[in-house]
Design a protein around this ligand. Structure first.
Ligand code: ADP
Length: 352
């Protein structure tokens, strides 16, 4: 770059609203910063050039930043992620970082990053979540009494078959709506960081037995293995995970009625598997099924009821227990019956 061009380029970077900086990939010290970086952090250019990235980033994000840098070192990929800066006045500012590694002779030497203040976006997201959570609350209350009255009507109409069918249909729709409201509430709580599990010692075998019970009416459910010791877990939330996995197993395996549950325990972890012999999930679909509102196959959407929040919530519940949730699945019409289908596994740590 010629002298004049370089100067113009520098002026351009200085005039940007986003913080632009470079850091040494070894020491993670800032090697250059623009004016917006000073404004964002509250430190002067001179101060920043003596500091490392870790000194301006909130401690809980250090690990993430390290991982991102390691990734760039290895693969050289550009990455975008959200973290929080702690400025000179110790105020937290949410930012979105996009960064790339700069290489010299094939070796990454520096990282070039752009950090954008996303305070307003975060505030708008929060307001939206609070709003949804208020609305869902307001809808759930009357819905509960509607469901109660429908229950009474069903009892009164026991000799009127056709009316009973109508009331039954209304109840089903109302129950689906109630489920959607419950899930939406969970999701909004998760988004504002208010979704918490309460772990207490519980009889895990009992939690499984309770969850399985309603499904045994229509399905053959084999449970193998058990847990020898009490487990510290939120039994309501773990029950919710099991019910969700079981109802998915039922929904997505209309033909084969078998569902196998396996429980394994070693010194450190309990692993639970819920296996169905249904339609299965391809590798590429498996990557998305834990995302909010994701549902496979549009045509199936109309037939099978759901809204794509169940697995997203299950994932968060298991994460809060410091466990893992994943799927292993085979899809393919050509596979022999009994070889197709999905197994959802989750683990829970065994506490001493
Ligand atoms: P929902 O079932 O309400 O759509 P989930 O979050 O529980 O939402 O699941 C997301 C998607 O993952 C489902 O729409 C379905 O396409 C797929 N899925 C979940 N469980 C299974 C399963 N056992 N077999 C096949 N597909 C499944």
């Amino acid at each position: 770059m010629g002298g004049r061009e370089e100067l113009r380029y520098k002026e351009l970077v200085e005039s940007l609203n986003d913080a632009v900086y470079t850091v040494n990939i070894q020491t993670l010290k800032f090697t250059s910063v623009n004016h917006a970086a000073e404004k964002l952090t509250g430190y002067t250019k001179e101060e920043l050039l003596t500091m490392t990235v870790a000194q301006v980033i909130a401690p809980e994000f250090h690990q993430l930043v390290k991982q991102m840098i390691a990734l760039k070192r290895k693969k050289g990929e550009s990455t975008i992620y959200e973290i929080e800066v702690i400025n000179k006045n110790e105020r937290r500012i949410p930012i979105e970082i996009s960064s790339v590694a700069i290489s010299e002779k094939g070796v990454s030497v520096e990282i070039l990053g752009v950090a954008r203040d996303i305070t307003e976006r975060k505030m708008a997201e929060r307001q939206r979540n609070v709003f949804i959570s208020l609305i869902t609350h307001e809808i759930k209350n009357p819905l509960t009494s509607v469901l109660m009255y429908l229950g009474i009507l069903q009892k009164r109409l026991k000799n009127d078959a056709s009316s009973l069918t109508y009331v039954g249909n209304i109840s089903q729709q109302m129950l689906a709506m109630n489920q959607l409201m419950t899930d939406l509430l969970d999701v909004t709580q998760m988004r504002v960081g208010k979704f918490r599990v309460t772990k207490e010692p519980c009889d895990f075998n009992e939690v499984i037995a309770q969850a399985v019970k309603p499904f045994q009416v229509s399905r053959t459910i084999n449970v193998t293995g058990n847990v020898a010791k009490p487990v510290k877990a939120d039994k309501t939330r773990i029950g919710q995970v099991l019910v969700n996995l079981l109802s998915n197993a039922v929904k997505y395996s209309p033909k084969n009625k078998n569902i196998d549950i396996t429980i394994q325990q070693d010194k450190r972890t309990i692993t639970v598997g819920v296996q169905d012999f249904g339609q299965g999930i391809t590798k590429s679909e498996q990557r998305h099924i834990f995302d909010p509102f994701y549902r496979i196959n549009k045509s199936a959407k109309s037939r099978i009821k759901g809204h794509g929040l169940g697995l997203y919530i299950c994932h968060e519940i298991i994460k809060q227990h410091k466990g893992k949730l994943w799927v292993e699945s085979k899809k393919g019409e050509s596979l022999p019956a009994g070889r197709q289908g999905s197994t959802f596994f989750f683990t829970l740590p065994v506490t001493k």
